[in-house]
Design a protein around this ligand. Structure first.
Ligand SMILES: [Zn+2]
Length: 64
């Protein structure tokens, strides 16, 4: 998210698996409620997307 709350996505993301793309968008939307990466953020992310860690791993593999 930008400081003006605009959601900007990396162009290369289109090459990633759809569940990894969902992870990125969900991650960024959670930042609308919690701007940092503290415990509160990951608690929210886990509620919305319980398998976020697996999706993040797939994203990292696709972007490597
Ligand atoms: Zn983040």
């Amino acid at each position: 998210m930008s400081p003006a709350s605009r959601l900007l996505l990396n162009r290369r993301l289109i090459e990633a698996p759809i569940d990894a793309i969902d992870y990125v968008i969900t991650h960024e939307l959670c930042h609308m409620a919690v701007p940092h990466h503290g415990a509160e953020f990951f608690e929210l992310l886990g509620l919305v997307l319980p398998d976020w860690s697996r999706r993040k791993q797939r994203l990292e593999e696709a972007m490597a």
